[in-house]
Design a protein around this ligand. Structure first.
Ligand code: MYA
Length: 430
């Protein structure tokens, strides 16, 4: 039986999948960051006077050859069109991505998930970067995917990449391999004349442009209890808890699965809606079609149509957990809120609350037991009413080689409680 954990702890694991989260007091001193202090990133407590790149280089300044690796290891490209290599990536991440003390939780990535996350239009195979024991086992990975960013306050657009899925086999930890992977992916991206990157992490590194908090909404509270991840609050009965989280059977606003024919309207609605946030990803139609794939088992887009017009759209992705050592359950269904938009201007807040309530209802169909969202986007407007509870996981957002003024992440800087403020983070990273 898994150790008893609070739901907060579970979500922290689910959400961040990242170890070693440090709070402000615990964060390393800048000079202790032997690697990061050499990189073009904003220093802790650096006062930003002007936004812009930290260093300017040209493609000719960038070496043509990969960085040397320690003896016995070699670089590889993980070919996601090759089922065997996909399986290797799956195994690496399954066994090494999440650090859970009782080792009772594992991300249940599917091959389809990797293809969705890592093969958007314009993806490059050489940005699916792996390290192998020479001629053998895959032991480390890092991925870059193309992404154009916009900082809406200045209107500045940045041709960038998103960096994700950095993972090193447990046996090769603390050997300074991560900096080598980061430098090599940087070299490969720079070679394409791209100089900025967006990435997130639970760790405090120099220096976040924003910090969001994870929140979670139990859908199947009883199962969360049975898997040992939720507890019965003092003074409450099980049936009271179940009743608290029980949702209506059918969506109330008429939410329906998005179809391909809705796409152009969704694209227009979403693109103009996103401008309200300070940092957003600019999607081409082709890219958004990929991210909102209507036939996917991973991403679930929905729309509301009224009088022949799409008025709202919402989406979430599914990334379940395998539960080990539990007599009753072997899987936990987890959904993550992705992008949404509405054309409601009056009663915007109410509309958003109703939209999300309906979204939660639809998720039951896919066996979702807990629905997560961050305090990014306009999520603080509905978090409480839709019964999302504060998690204790925080997600820091970083920009490589670009200084920006801090961006509100939906939490109070001091208390770290959910706080609503216009604007903020409009990008969702997986
Ligand atoms: S976040 C997901 C990260 N993955 C995990 O948490 C999975 C489990 N953990 C592991 O596999 C390992 O612990 C990892 C570190 C691989 C994380 N982001 O090799 P080391 C720095 C940035 O001895 P290890 C995601 O995927 C650390 O501060 N830096 O460490 C986004 C230290 O540097 P310094 C990190 O524990 C990734 C150095 O590495 C992270 O064996 C974005 C220690 O190296 C981290 N998550 O391995 C990457 N963790 O001494 C940056 C540790 O200076 C992208 N470190 O403090 C930057 C943009 C690049 C492209 C630019 C293009 C223009």
């Amino acid at each position: 039986m898994a150790d008893k954990k609070s739901i907060e702890e579970l979500i922290k694991l689910i959400s961040s999948g990242r170890i070693g989260e440090l709070n402000e007091e615990q964060k390393k001193q800048m000079e202790d960051h032997k690697f990061w202090k050499t990189q073009p990133v904003t220093k802790y407590d650096e006062k930003i006077i002007q936004e812009g790149p930290i260093e300017n280089k040209t493609v000719d300044d960038i070496p043509n050859d990969p960085l040397p690796l320690i003896d016995g290891f070699e670089w590889c490209e993980v070919d996601l069109d090759d089922e065997e290599q996909l399986e290797e990536l799956y195994q690496l991440l399954y066994e090494n991505y999440v650090e859970d003390q009782s080792a009772s939780l594992r991300f249940k990535y599917s091959h389809e998930f990797f293809k969705w996350a890592l093969k958007p239009p314009g993806y490059r195979k050489d940005w699916h970067l792996g390290v192998r024991v020479k001629g053998g086992k895959l032991v480390a990975f890092i991925a870059g995917t193309p992404c154009d960013l916009k900082l809406t306050k200045t209107g500045k657009t940045l041709k960038s990449v998103e960096i994700n899925f950095l993972n090193i086999h447990k046996k090769l930890r603390s050997k300074r391999l991560a900096p080598v992977l980061i430098k090599e992916i940087t070299r490969r991206v720079n070679k394409q004349d791209i100089w900025q990157a967006l990435y997130t992490g639970g760790q405090v590194l120099p220096s976040p442009i924003s910090t969001c908090r994870y929140t979670h909404r139990p859908i199947n509270w009883l199962k969360l209890l049975e898997t040992g991840f939720s507890h019965l609050p003092p003074g409450k009965t099980k049936s009271e808890m179940v009743a608290t989280y029980t949702l209506p059977k059918e969506p109330l606003l008429g939410l329906r699965p998005m179809e391909d024919k809705d796409f152009d309207e969704v694209f227009d609605l979403f693109t103009s809606f996103q401008e309200k946030y300070e940092i957003i990803q600019i999607f081409t139609k082709e890219e958004l079609k990929h991210w909102l794939n209507t036939k996917s088992n991973v991403i679930k887009p929905y729309v509301i149509e009224k009088d022949g017009k799409i008025t709202d759209f919402v989406s979430y992705y599914l990334l379940p957990f395998t539960v080990l050592d539990n007599d009753q359950h072997n899987e936990l269904g987890v959904a993550y809120l992705y992008y949404y938009a509405t054309n409601a201007e009056e009663n915007y807040e109410q509309r958003l609350k109703s939209l999300i309530k309906d979204t939660l209802i639809t998720s039951k169909e896919f066996g979702v037991d807990v629905f997560n969202c961050l305090t990014s986007q306009d999520n603080p407007l509905f978090i409480e009413e839709c019964k999302f509870g504060d998690g204790d996981g925080f997600l820091n957002y970083y920009l490589f080689n670009y200084k920006t003024f801090p961006i509100h992440g939906g939490i109070n800087a001091k208390t770290r409680e959910v706080e609503n403020k216009d604007g903020g983070i409009g990008t969702v990273l997986l």
